[in-house]
Design a protein around this ligand. Structure first.
Ligand SMILES: [Zn+2]
Length: 224
């Protein structure tokens, strides 16, 4: 039933306000015409992803494209009306390996920063940020978000491998992450930065299969 409602909502074209500069490092501009096949798909995801967010934040999600940044990246933040905001770089949308399905996994990772819960990032002043740590964002992406968007277990697994492999290639790793070669080390403190591509794949698979969070980034003792 949920999926039928979602499908209907996606056909409604809701105008969205312009994005704003978040921290002055880059200018955010709204696309006025779709110059990439994924642009219109991305904008259509605002409503679907808002439904993922609603129980947690109760606010409408905004998505904007940062046309000036050609790097493969996306960010989660809040706009000046406290709406959750996902900024997607032009470089991510234009990447030759980008597909709607892979874009959804990137978006679900950003959703994980907004809605993923504990463990959260610790700010320099020692206080907790609103944002879940990177590992938790990955875990939320496959445990909650991709399933909510209607993907099958097989599809989520395929996109998880594609996602982790793409990141490994961009980082210049010669060994690509695989399902059957999980990281074997345990962190002494929950990681505040991006885990290794293999650890990220381990986390995406753990989320998908509702297994505990891998200890290559997560230390459960810190949540006590
Ligand atoms: Zn992230």
């Amino acid at each position: 039933m949920k999926l039928i409602i979602l499908g209907l909502l996606l056909t409604i074209n809701i105008p969205v306000s312009y994005g704003r500069s978040v921290d002055g490092d880059f200018v955010i501009s709204r696309v006025t015409k779709a110059n990439n096949k994924l642009d219109s798909y991305l904008m259509g995801r605002e409503i679907a992803l808002t439904l993922v967010l609603l129980p947690e934040l109760g606010n409408e999600l905004k998505v904007t494209i940062n046309e000036d940044d050609k790097s493969l990246n996306a960010f989660a933040t809040f706009d000046d009306q406290s709406n959750p905001l996902i900024i997607v770089n032009r470089g991510l949308l234009d990447h030759e390996e980008m597909t709607k399905e892979l874009l959804d996994l990137f978006l679900c990772h950003e959703m994980g920063h907004l809605s993923g819960g504990d463990p959260k990032l610790v700010r320099r002043n020692g206080k907790l940020s609103w944002s879940s740590v990177e590992g938790q964002a990955d875990y939320f992406a496959t445990q909650i978000c991709m399933d909510f968007l209607g993907y099958s277990e097989e599809q989520i697994l395929h996109q998880s491998i594609t996602f982790a492999s793409l990141i490994a290639k961009l980082k210049g790793h010669s060994k690509l992450p695989k399902i059957d070669t999980p990281e074997s080390y345990n962190v002494s403190r929950t990681l505040q930065t991006h885990p290794t591509p293999q650890c990220r794949l381990d986390t995406l698979v753990a989320g998908l299969r509702s297994k505990p969070r891998p200890h290559c980034w997560f230390n459960p003792m810190e949540l006590d």
